[in-house]
Ligand binder design. Structure first.
Ligand SMILES: Cc1cc2nc3c(=O)[nH]c(=O)nc-3n(C[C@H](O)[C@H](O)[C@H](O)COP(=O)(O)O)c2cc1C
Length: 395
């Protein structure tokens, strides 16, 4: 460095001088400190430079460890369903009408909870991976973004009685039920005592293995490290979580006895199950395929939403998630029968990228985009959004 540093000054040949100067610059520890050779660039934009909800994931990628980024990003197996969740929004077109109104009203009420926007935060596990304050930070972000309701995962990294009082916005609790019904009582009691306003019982299976992660590891020549123990694999070669193999409709009657607030079923992707859910007294149907993290080759949630809405027939509200990334996506889901939508990975990218301010801004951008889409299509209120707003090309 010392030689290259000064040589360029004494060279007569301009080209050689530029070459030496470039060498000096490339060797500079200052420049090296700013560059990550594995990325296109390493400048992390300021929060106020982010203009769309899609801008947060690259920043989260830059800030998280690869393992933690992967945990949020990946879908199960070949990721067909995860890709299809996104593709499905391309198969729906919006038909703008001429009627417009100066004011847009996005307010609604779901299961007794008043909301300024038909948007909630999906339950997602282990948020301390994203920010040291984990679920508390997410809850504070949700409250700052017009009191967005949040659903706390069973696998929260911070206990429910610490998360709920950290902010004033509504909290629901998600349950992975255990076969020994009595053993669910403690979690349900704690959630309800903490003030959770609904219980969301998830019935789909989260896959314990993500093939893309394995593929990456295989490419690197590092042997695959399975996250399940050898004993578990021998006992359970098909990778389905045995602890969840007992699910049946009778389970809801038993859980109901322990639940005083509304009970929601999460993971419905067929009209038949939606109908059965209403018949078994569920207070809302939550259409979800776990963001493509459950059964690969299950359909995208958007393409099954119309038949589920028809089966439910307005008897209970329909929540919807898996694949939502823009305000127009929300509008399409509402038009096809959702009462409100939930966001899974999006607020996680926001939290990982800029902490609670990032998650707040991400939610606010989604809210703004929804309003913009409602204005652009001439549907200023939620009741004015219906099937006539969209044309679908589902294959
Ligand atoms: C990292 C991660 C963790 C999740 N953990 C849970 C969970 O603990 N309980 C649950 O019911 N769903 C869980 N989900 C599924 C989400 O609630 C939601 O259905 C899904 O993320 C929606 O898809 P989207 O990410 O495309 O919005 C998780 C999803 C992700 C991405």
């Amino acid at each position: 460095m010392a030689g290259a540093d000064s040589r360029w000054k004494v060279r007569a040949d301009r080209r050689a001088a530029i070459r030496s100067f470039a060498a000096a610059l490339a060797g500079s520890p200052l420049l090296r400190g700013q560059q990550d050779p594995f990325r296109d660039h390493s400048r992390v934009p300021r929060l106020d430079e982010l203009k769309t909800p899609l801008d947060f994931e690259p920043v989260a990628f830059a800030k998280l460890t690869r393992y933690n980024y992967d945990y949020t990003a990946y879908g199960s197996d070949g990721e067909f369903t995860m890709r299809r969740n996104r593709e499905a929004f391309d198969w729906v077109r919006l038909l703008p009408g001429v009627a417009t109104s100066g004011t847009v009203n996005t307010a609604t009420e779901i299961l007794g909870v008043k909301m300024e926007y038909p948007i909630l935060i999906s339950p997602t596990a282990a948020q301390v991976q994203l920010h040291p304050d984990g679920e508390i930070a997410m809850h504070q972000a949700a409250a700052a973004a017009s009191n967005t309701p949040m659903i706390l995962s069973t696998n929260t990294s911070i206990p429910v009685d610490k998360v709920v009082p950290a902010a004033p916005s509504p909290m629901w609790f998600q349950l992975y039920a255990r076969e020994d019904m009595e053993s669910n009582r403690d979690a349900l009691d704690r959630a309800q005592e903490a003030g959770c306003k609904a219980i969301v019982v998830t019935i789909d299976q989260q896959a314990p293995v993500y093939e893309r992660a394995q593929h990456d590891r295989n490419l690197s020549g590092t042997p695959v490290v399975r996250r399940v123990s050898t004993r578990q694999v021998a006992a359970n070669p098909y990778r389905i979580q045995e602890t969840r193999m007992f699910y049946n409709w009778g389970m809801f009657a038993q859980l109901r006895a322990m639940i005083k607030v509304p009970m929601v079923i999460k993971g419905v992707i067929s009209a038949e199950d939606a109908k059965l859910a209403v018949e078994h007294g569920l207070d809302a149907v939550y259409v979800s395929n776990h963001g493509g993290r459950g059964l690969d080759y299950s359909p995208s949630t958007l393409e099954v939403l119309p038949e589920i809405a028809e089966a439910v027939g307005g008897r209970v509200p329909i929540l919807f998630d898996s694949g939502i990334r823009r305000g127009t996506d929300i509008l399409k889901a509402l038009a096809l029968g959702a009462s409100a939508v939930c966001l899974g990975r999006m607020p996680r990218w926001g939290l990982a990228a800029y902490g609670p301010q990032g998650a707040q801004k991400m939610l606010e951008l989604m809210q703004a985009e929804l309003k913009q889409a409602m204005m652009a299509t001439g549907r200023p209120t939620l009741p004015s959004i219906n099937r006539s707003l969209v044309r679908t090309d589902f294959p």
